[in-house]
Design a binder for this molecule. Sequence first.
Ligand code: COA
Length: 371
Amino acid sequence: MEEAKGLKGVVAGRTRVSTVGKGVGFRYFGYAVKELAEHCSFEQVAYLLLYRDLPSQEQLRDFQRKVAGFRDLPPALKQVLERLPRDSNPVDVMRTGCSALGTLEPEPGHKPEDMAIRLLGSFSSILLYWHHFVISSKRISCVTAPEDSVALHFLKLLTLSPNHDPLVVKALDVSLILYAEHEFSSSTYVARMAASTLSDFYSCMTAAIGTLRGPLHGGANEGAMKMLEGFKSPSDALEKVELMRKRKQLFMGFGHRIYKGADPRAAIIKDYAKQLTSKPFGNRKLFTIAEAMEGYLLKEAGISANMDLYVAVAYRQCGIPAAFFPCLFVIARTPGWTAHISEQRGDNKLIKPLLRYNGPGPRDVSARAKL
Ligand code: COA
């Protein structure tokens, strides 16, 4: 049997949740993601992924009310967060918060959609309650107006300020829609693999968060920001990129397992990153550096920018610290992971591929034990 390193090109099941880069293009339950990003909010898209269709106005209001109802955290969870070190990786904080919720409110008696709503309400609060506590010993209130979107709730807790530029809120909201689902991404694979063992919802989610954290997956937006920060200007970037190519270094925010041409999400978020440059707090230089890199690497190496490059440019202009970039990805992917966990449970077969053995030949324990 042929080995497929990295399971590249292996079809390991079926899904109704999304199509990615093939046939009918990038769609969630049949809806084009480009149109969802144009006309819908993240909450509508989250509802679509959890309930397999877009909500009516009344269903949406009810959904938003339920999400907002979970923003205040249980006291025991706050105590756990207060004990985490100041220098914790922020994704680890979210992973720990998710895992702790699994012990405080175990799955039996809760539907996956309800637990996803719980996490959608709580994730920003988990991260930002911890953040303010470790930097200033403040125990912030995590309650915001019930009509506030997930994006606005995040920004309000981050800055502890009620006012945010509508373009910042919109850019964040669109990024969440684009991050919400992507077929068999590495973290989704892990979530489905855990679900296939009949494990509980919170274990599946915790495993997925740990997988997303890696720089080749959800950590790439943070990695792209760190890389861009190392360049003083577009010309400085191109000089350094040349050297990096010679050293065969990886460019964060570039390349993709599925998209060998353009990542359809990149153009959408790039447009918001560009619009943000016209704001007084915008950063045109950062945008031009990213654009120069994009053009150069496409021409010279045939490698396209993926969405994480311009997410980094957009998030930086929204005032979000780079270490929190992957955390927004975790929040966004929660409904996508949930859809896959439910789908896996609905037609389960244990996911268990094989490994070809290439270790030592048979060895004699008794000969070694005498030494
Ligand atoms: N920087 C430098 N070279 C890259 C690259 C990048 N970002 N992405 C791909 N390449 C190179 C590979 O090294 C490989 O070169 P080789 O043939 O000489 O070995 C070639 O392009 C083909 O790569 P491929 O096998 O198609 O990539 P993959 O499917 O195994 O990897 C990623 C996909 C995402 C892991 C890879 O592109 C990457 O590491 N990107 C950076 C991290 C990132 O942005 N992740 C977020 C993805 S949405």
